[in-house]
Write a protein that binds this ligand. Structure first.
Ligand SMILES: Nc1ncnc2c1ncn2[C@@H]1O[C@H](COP(=O)(O)OP(=O)(O)O)[C@@H](O)[C@H]1O
Ligand SMILES: O=C(O)[C@@H](O)C(=O)COP(=O)(O)O
Length: 432
């Protein structure tokens, strides 16, 4: 296998978002959970997205894991490596975007890293280095209330400069509008001035196409699915590949298996999606204090679910509005509460799988990471898109092979997302 593109994603939902974009553009893509063991047989692909759970861990550990993934990808021919971060730049001043980007750049021998977190289809745009979420500056968007990394600064040049060892430049929209050659020249000028990275503006797909083409001249780039779109389109054109969506999920004997939704995201979008779904299926809202006090609440939830699974899909949610999250964090500590809730939901997934689950939808990036790790899943084939950034996934590898999943970033999807996802997991080929 010789890769056209190697990708390292800092969480699992982000990885499937990117993998979906690459597949839609025509690159045969597989998502692996961490660096795959040599025993795992992967199909012939053009791109691999190595999914890490490195967004909210110690920076030095995120660097180690990312470099390990980089070696694996370069060893399989990847000339360019994209470090996939969140389109809302989820991070803290301690990292992990800056430290990982610095390490990948150093490993590649220097140069300058183009950084662009735009994802136009989900309303993420960058102008004058400031990130907007559906037209609202990042620091005024729902991301200001994120349980793990609340975002309080929309100026990404400033945000990244606090995390990176090298100065951060800006390539403004006026230059991006001039196309790939002008972008390359601007990046070179910034590199000559000592910048190790630069935030690139973009408010429309044509900007991402130009950025993707320019970014391929450097060994490393950083960003979300928008830059993935630009890179994939540039590679497909360069290699003369057919520019149409490829889906790799095969027929599944899980079509009539039990289905469940686990929601651990407290995002505004997920809260609305739960509201819609609970009118259509049994829904259990976990008692968070009880959940954090001991195993009885999780056992109650598992009993509740296993009694109902055979009758149709069910939903279990830990999600609460921001004020309740703040109260929980004040009582139990932020990271401790988050971790405990993730592990409780992971335990529920394990119990549900033992009870015959064949289709699983998880809402929340960290939550998805905990669930996928607990189930020991190794890699995913990428199927059709349910909503921008959320594809149908089919597990491959020793454990739970064939299991159909959707890993939803908290902020993604319309109000009907859970209903749409259930239909698509049951029948990935059905037109929506
Ligand atoms: N009711 C709650 N109170 C406090 N923290 C919670 C609650 N429910 C979930 N969490 C935690 O909030 C975090 C949500 O992050 P994540 O799963 O990445 O969602 P998103 O995709 O919205 O960022 C997780 O650590 C999760 O365990
Ligand atoms: O780029 C994005 O917004 C997503 O792919 C992503 O990374 C989302 O992270 P979570 O909201 O933590 O799932």
């Amino acid at each position: 296998m010789t890769l056209l593109l190697g990708c390292i994603a800092d969480d699992y939902t982000g990885a499937s978002d990117l993998a979906s974009m690459l597949s839609r553009c025509g690159l045969r893509t597989v998502q692996t959970i961490g660096v795959p063991p040599s025993s795992l047989e992967l199909p012939e692909v053009d791109a691999v997205v190595v999914a890490l759970k490195s967004r909210s861990i110690e920076a030095h550990r995120a660097v180690e894991l990312s470099l390990e993934a980089e070696s694996w990808l370069r060893g399989r021919g990847a000339g360019h490596v994209l470090f996939k971060i969140c389109s809302t730049f989820d991070s803290t001043d301690a990292g992990n975007i800056g430290p990982v980007l610095d390490a990948l750049r150093a490993r590649a021998g220097g140069g300058i890293v183009a950084v662009n977190p735009a994802f136009i289809e989900t309303g993420r745009t960058v102008y004058q280095g400031h990130l907007f979420v559906n037209g609202v500056p990042l620091h005024e968007s729902p991301l200001k209330d994120h349980p793990l990394n609340p975002m309080h600064d929309s100026n990404l040049v400033r945000v990244l400069a606090r995390q990176s060892a090298s100065p951060v430049g800006l390539v403004p929209l006026a230059v991006i509008e001039q196309g790939p050659d002008a972008i390359r020249a601007a990046l070179q000028a910034l590199a000559s001035d000592g910048n190790g990275s630069a935030i690139l503006d973009s408010v429309a797909p044509r900007h991402l196409l130009a950025i993707g083409e320019a970014a391929l001249s450097e060994p490393v780039s950083t960003g979300a699915s928008g830059i993935g779109y630009g890179l994939a389109r540039a590679l497909v054109a360069r290699e003369g590949l057919p520019a149409h969506a490829v889906s790799a999920v095969g027929s599944t004997d899980h079509r009539d298996a039990h289905a469940a939704i686990l929601a651990g995201s407290c995002s505004a979008a997920t809260l609305r999606q739960i509201e819609v779904a609970e009118r259509r299926m049994p829904c259990l809202k976990l008692d968070i204090d009880a959940l954090l006090d001991g195993p009885a609440e999780a056992q109650r939830a598992l009993d509740w679910a296993t009694q109902r699974l055979a009758k149709g899909p069910i939903l279990i949610a830990s999600s609460t509005p921001p004020e309740a999250v703040r109260a929980t964090q004040a009582r139990h500590g932020g990271p401790a509460a988050g971790h405990a809730v993730e592990q409780a939901l992971a335990g529920l997934a394990e119990g549900l799988l033992a009870a015959g689950l064949g289709q699983l939808i998880v809402a929340g990036g960290e939550t998805s990471g905990a669930v996928v790790d607990r189930l020991g899943l190794q890699a995913f084939l990428i199927g059709p898109e349910i909503a921008p950034g959320v594809p149908v996934l089919q597990a491959v590898g020793a454990r739970s092979s064939g299991l159909m999943l959707a890993l939803k970033s908290g902020n993604f999807g319309g109000d009907d997302f859970f209903l749409e996802a259930l239909a698509k997991l049951r029948d990935p080929d059905a037109s929506s």
